[in-house]
Design a protein around this ligand. Sequence first.
Ligand code: TZP
Ligand code: MG
Length: 213
Amino acid sequence: MKASRPFPYHLYLVISEADCRGRDPLWVAEEAILGGVDIIQLREKHVATDVFLDKAAQLKQVTDRHRVPLIINDSLTVAMAVGAFGIHVGQQDTPPSEVRRVWPDCQLLGYSIEQQEQLQSRETAAADCLGVSPIFSTATKTDTVTEWGIAGIRQLRGLTDKPLIAIGRMNAGNAREAIRAGADCIAVVSAICAADSPRKAANELKNVINNAL
Ligand code: TZP
Ligand code: MG
């Protein structure tokens, strides 16, 4: 197993209003932070840029208050306009090399890896951390390629020292094995956003992760 570069974030909340069961995402985010979430990504699909911008600016107030880094999914415009900590892009989005060129101040650039060949690309080299997407197929994101599974994390861990973020149907029941296989961080949508108590759900996940690290 390759040693991963130190990565200070272990529980990563990916949030969108649509996944919060009609509850205020700002409330969900704050509860999740109080439960132990280390970093938050705002992922809003199918909304106009000005709406995305407005949601991001509101969430930034919450994350700033708690000194939690805010990452924006896909949109460089929104990420730069709100002064986010970083951005997360997928294979179909603005390539990491372009993000670096346009936004040199980006402090954390995440990039999703869907197939092993993508690990060797110059775009992967330009990223700070990698989303291993998806570990397990999930109803939250249906346009995925194949499942990595826990074995996929182990395989990637042997090939890169970049921090690995496990995403896709992760929860308190499977977080331990993902960390033991070499993931640095567990990212979730439903396990926190859809929980009756986002705070308790985050806290349970955080305990599982801390015990596995
Ligand atoms: N990327 C890969 S899977 C996924 C994303 C954004 C969704 C994860 O959602 P959930 O509800 O935690 O399975
Ligand atoms: Mg994307």
